[in-house]
Design a protein around this ligand. Structure first.
Ligand code: MRU
Length: 317
């Protein structure tokens, strides 16, 4: 419902949590992982008998691309093998979520160091903020930490078609935090780079293959091509839970395709303040709606995680 309404939802059974992930009530790679861990702890409490055969596969099938979901399920599966009591399973899930918060804070510190050397007009895509990552955010953590240190970062916010995670979520987060930002159409990004108005691109990730290729919200790959052309540094910021060492390259990352409806209609608030759905294209026309794309490692300046910074260097042309 953001940015029109902020509501907190309490899920009292595991199916509600699985549905919240599936319908993107909760989204963003680290948040999906944390929600799955908590949902599985709930499943252990209320339906332990079906934990392995039903609930683990149910959660693993909610979304395909963000590997954090699968790492969280694996961790809860390992914890379940010791036949713990309900409180121990909950503690395991809460520890998983807390570890993400700590990772976000630490990777933001590394990112803030990179940005502190003059790269202050930052372009970001999608929402890699605290809504997506339990707390702080991944891409936004460094921006928040710079602002807390008394600096004045400025953010170009790609609106991020079709679900508008940029204009609806990232711009809302930054505005609430008093950080100067401007929403722009995704198609404006390359032109702003050409005009020399972007000092750095900072995005999150949904899965990082062992060769460094990165899956993130669709549009990230195009940004990397424009960044390379215009010599703009591009950083990916993500916790260890986003790395998939079993995945050799970006070609092996499963890319989610979402429904046509996301391109045929849009939700918003009418003059009566009520949420409504608007048709914006010919109903019935078929659509192509990949939710993610893959950016080759070669197009990136650095990957930043809580453990440090990889491949710091000038963008290769
Ligand atoms: O489809 P979404 O909204 O779950 O996609 C989210 C993204 O692509 C984010 O950029 C990514 O998960 C990094 S979030 C810290």
């Amino acid at each position: 419902m953001l940015p029109f309404r902020f509501e907190q939802v309490t899920s009292k059974n595991p199916e509600d949590v699985a549905l919240a992930i599936e319908t993107m009530q909760i989204r963003g790679a680290p948040s999906i992982g944390a929600a799955a861990a908590l949902g599985l702890a709930l499943a252990w409490s209320v339906d332990r008998r079906r934990f392995s055969d039903f609930w683990l596969p149910r959660f693993r099938s909610t979304r395909p691309t963000a590997v954090n979901l699968f790492h969280a399920c694996d961790e809860m599966e390992v914890c379940s093998k010791t036949e713990p009591d309900a409180a121990t399973m909950i503690e395991c899930a809460v520890n998983y979520a807390d570890a993400e918060v700590d990772a976000n804070r630490r990777m933001g510190g590394h990112m803030a160091e990179l940005l502190a050397v003059g790269e202050r007009r930052i372009l970001t895509h999608c929402n890699a903020g605290w809504l997506a990552a339990v707390d702080w955010g991944t891409a936004t953590s460094g921006i928040y930490q710079l602002a807390q240190a008394g600096e004045s970062p400025f953010v170009w916010v790609d609106e991020t078609r079709p679900r508008l995670q940029g204009s609806r979520l990232t711009a809302w987060e930054l505005y609430q935090a008093g950080i100067d930002c401007r929403i722009q159409a995704d198609s404006a990004a390359a032109w702003m780079m050409a005009k020399g108005e972007v000092d750095a691109i900072v995005v999150g990730a949904d899965r990082i293959a062992s060769n460094g290729d990165v899956a993130n919200k669709v549009g990230t790959y195009a940004l990397s091509l424009a960044a390379k052309e215009h010599g703009v540094p591009m950083y990916v910021v993500a916790p260890s839970s986003t790395f998939d060492i079993a995945c050799d390259s970006g070609l092996d990352i499963p890319i989610e395709t979402r429904c046509d409806e996301e391109l045929l209609s849009m939700s918003g608030v009418g003059s009566d303040g009520q949420l409504c759905q608007l048709s914006i294209a010919t109903s019935g026309v078929r659509c192509n709606n990949p939710a993610f794309d893959v950016t080759p490692y070669a197009n990136l300046t650095a990957i930043v995680s809580e453990q440090g910074i990889w491949n710091r260097g000038e963008p290769e042309k």
